[in-house]
Design a protein around this ligand. Structure first.
Ligand code: NAP
Length: 301
């Protein structure tokens, strides 16, 4: 069986950066990606905080990442990793089609949108409930929509939706947003956006498609119904780490040391899938570069 120096799991900003660095380090490497290169950032309409680009769509940014990786002849294989396990001092990376034997692994498998778990959420997915304003915003042209959450994703996507729809309600469970200040300022100044503070979604209602939501004020317990055609969920992230049993935190994010080593020798983690204080393209890129440097040190030791 062929033995690789490095298998990279995931083709988002962290994984692609690791691929570029690994190719330049002349490692025998393959990057495995289950959904197509890019990661979650391809769903962002506008990225303004990745230096070098004043404003660029996440999709276009990741096309540039991929172009650069392919220019260094990085091999990218479309497949889903189902398990990583230690065997005779090597890591065996299992996919549906093939098993890869490797000296090291960088897990850069990212994260996905968390579900709220309220009545109507599952039922109306694709019928008014969405996790991607860039993908689905167009269908709500001229209508009223609700965005759930107060983080960077919720506010960025609310600002995007405000360019298309008639009105955007943001419902947030506290009286202060979590998002970066500049995004907060833009949202609060936008005449098409209204923030409903201290409130949570109790139920999403409708017949064939979403027609409204019931909100509960967490301070007064008062219930209100609002007529909306779309509900966009941005209530945080869940890590894509089910296929590995390296040490994780209570939420499933991978615990690493300062060199991005996990609890298993030869296995490293980079980007949104690991426990970290900040999840941005800029930090994922830094992780990808550092992880390869740590892999090289491990291989040479
Ligand atoms: P996040 O920062 O974890 O924010 C999740 C939001 O949902 C919070 O406001 C949270 O409220 C709320 N929430 C969580 N559970 C809830 C529940 N059960 N009911 C109601 N509300 C709930 O997630 P995110 O906005 O998806 O961002 C994820 C990461 O990506 C962050 O590190 C973020 O900085 C990054 N990101 C960056 C950019 C950018 O820089 N342009 C864009 C998008 C995302 P509380 O505030 O009360 O906890």
């Amino acid at each position: 069986m062929e033995v690789y120096d490095l298998i990279i799991v995931g083709g988002g900003p962290a994984g692609i950066t690791a691929g570029i660095y690994a190719q330049r380090a002349r490692l025998k490497v393959v990057l495995l990606e289950k959904l197509g290169v890019g990661g979650q950032i391809v769903l962002s309409d506008d990225v303004e905080n990745y230096p070098g680009f004043r404003s660029i769509s996440g999709f276009e940014l990741m096309q540039k990442f991929e172009e650069q990786a392919r220019a260094f002849d990085l091999t990218i294989v479309d497949c889903e990793v189902t398990e990583i396990r230690n065997e005779d001092g090597y890591q065996l990376v299992q996919t549906h089609d093939y098993d890869y034997k490797t000296k090291t692994v960088i897990i850069a498998s990212g994260a996905r949108s968390r579900r709220l778990g309220v009545t109507g959420e599952e039922e109306f997915i694709g019928k008014g409930v969405s996790f991607c304003a860039t993908c689905d915003g167009f269908f709500f042209r001229g209508k009223d929509v609700l965005v759930v959450g107060g983080g960077d994703s919720a506010i960025t996507e609310a600002l995007y939706l405000a360019k298309i729809v008639n009105k955007v309600y943001i419902v947030h469970r506290r009286s202060e947003l979590r998002a970066t200040k500049i995004l907060q300022e833009r949202a609060l100044e936008n005449p098409k956006i209204e923030v409903i503070w201290d409130s949570v979604v109790e139920e999403i209602t409708g017949s064939n498609t979403v027609e409204g939501v019931t909100l509960r004020n967490v301070v007064t317990d008062e219930l209100v119904e609002i007529a909306v055609s779309g509900v966009f969920m941005y209530v945080g992230l869940l890590p894509n780490t089910e296929f590995t049993d390296v040490e994780k935190d209570d939420s499933g994010f991978i615990i690493t040391d300062m060199n991005l080593a996990t609890s298993v020798a030869g296995v490293f983690a980079a980007g949104d899938c690991r426990t970290t204080a900040l999840r941005q393209v800029a930090t994922a890129v830094g992780d990808g570069a550092l992880a390869v440097t740590s892999v090289e040190r491990y291989l040479n030791s």
